[in-house]
Design a protein around this ligand. Structure first.
Ligand code: SF4
Ligand code: SF4
Length: 164
């Protein structure tokens, strides 16, 4: 199995497969199979064993993760600066009033490593949200991530086969 790593190819595939993926997300969201979490979590483990995030880094370039006050505090401690300094230097408010990084993330290294890995925001720690409980509640969010993350795209492809 080859995961689509090329960003343009992945975006194109995500567009082509949108209807099928949206339909399965709606169906499973309404009537989640009992094994849904276990199945998706198993695929998550398997696929992230094969995908090297350091060769990708697309989420850190494309998606502005929401940064909560406790994330700001953690970053402030990491850099030994004030929370105010963190906000003014690296964050801005989006149209919903949430604090977010400007993209690409200021802490993304040239080799796709995260400069603040141990202090990264919770949204970064949990991305792409395919190993959390009650997956059926997150399929709508996951649907939006298919065009960015090849693992999420592959999980949706598998869902359409496993739960036709
Ligand atoms: S803080 Fe780290 S993990 Fe989060 S977007 Fe920036 S580089 Fe990526
Ligand atoms: S988009 Fe997915 S595969 Fe790429 S770096 Fe982010 S989590 Fe890893």
């Amino acid at each position: 199995m080859t995961l689509p790593h090329d960003p343009l190819k992945l975006r194109q595939l995500a567009r082509q497969r949108y209807d099928a993926h949206r339909d399965v997300a709606r169906r499973l969201g309404r009537r989640p199979p009992r094994d849904l979490d276990a199945v998706i979590h198993g695929w998550h483990e398997e696929l992230f064993d094969k995908v090297d995030c350091l060769e990708c880094g697309r989420c850190c370039r494309a998606l502005g993760p929401r940064v909560l006050p406790r994330d700001v505090q953690r970053l402030a401690s990491f850099w030994a600066v004030t929370a105010d300094h963190v906000e003014k230097t690296w964050l801005h408010r989006d149209e919903d009033g949430d604090l977010v990084f400007s993209m690409p993330c200021p802490f993304l290294g040239d080799d796709n490593s995260c400069e603040v890995y141990d202090a990264r925001p919770r949204a970064c720690q949990e991305y792409p949200h395919t190993d959390v409980k009650k997956m059926h509640k997150l399929l709508g969010l996951a649907l939006r991530n298919r065009a960015t993350c090849p693992v999420v795209f592959e999980i949706f492809e598998r869902l359409t086969v496993r739960y036709p």
